[in-house]
Write a protein that binds this ligand. Structure first.
Ligand code: FES
Ligand code: FES
Length: 170
């Protein structure tokens, strides 16, 4: 009895029929689409392990642009992304496997510490990159701290990740 969801991923229209209204975006990704790069930590919106990025048009009609938003997939209903663009950690590398600047910066700054929190951090960095760096604006320490505040690392290894956020602009 579920309705159809339509969204854009990797430049293509995805349409999924019969998605139950109570399905979360995280369940849709991991169970229906086998996109297991997005992790489940707390399942309650606290840890950021499940972070994905949504894109929607904003701005005036003659100068629209995409607003990128990092969100917690575990507390987001799948149907709420209808009509939006979606990026998961699987969607960042280029066709030849080239790393996105967010991934590159994490490698260079040794910010990739465990497989659990890292995909979520990378997605928050990706959103920051698209909203700021790609538009020619630097990432200040304050901005990095604010934008990464929803991502928890149990080992508190935050410094290299904050460094990575700022390194993306270089
Ligand atoms: Fe922790 Fe989603 S799994 S915020
Ligand atoms: Fe993943 Fe700390 S490095 S929780």
């Amino acid at each position: 009895e579920g309705r159809t969801i339509r969204f854009i991923r990797r430049g293509e229209l995805v349409a999924l029929s019969n998605v139950p209204p109570t399905r979360t975006l995280l369940e849709l990704l991991r169970e229906d689409l086998a996109a297991t790069g997005t992790k489940e930590g707390c399942g309650e919106g606290d840890c950021g392990a499940c972070t994905v990025v949504l894109g929607e048009l904003e701005g005036p009609g003659d100068a629209p642009r995409i607003r990128y938003r990092a969100i917690n997939a575990c507390i987001r209903l799948a149907h709420s992304i209808d009509g939006l663009a979606l990026w998961t950690v699987e969607d960042l590398a280029g066709p030849q496997g080239e790393l996105h600047p967010a991934q590159e910066a994490m490698v260079q700054c040794h910010g990739s510490q465990c497989g659990f929190c890292t995909p979520g951090f990378v997605m928050s960095l990706f959103g920051m990159y698209q909203n700021h760096v790609a538009r020619g604006n630097p990432v200040t320490r304050e901005l990095a701290q604010q934008e990464l505040s929803g991502n928890l690392c149990r080992c508190t290894g935050y410094r290299p990740i904050l460094d990575a956020a700022q390194a993306m602009a270089q």
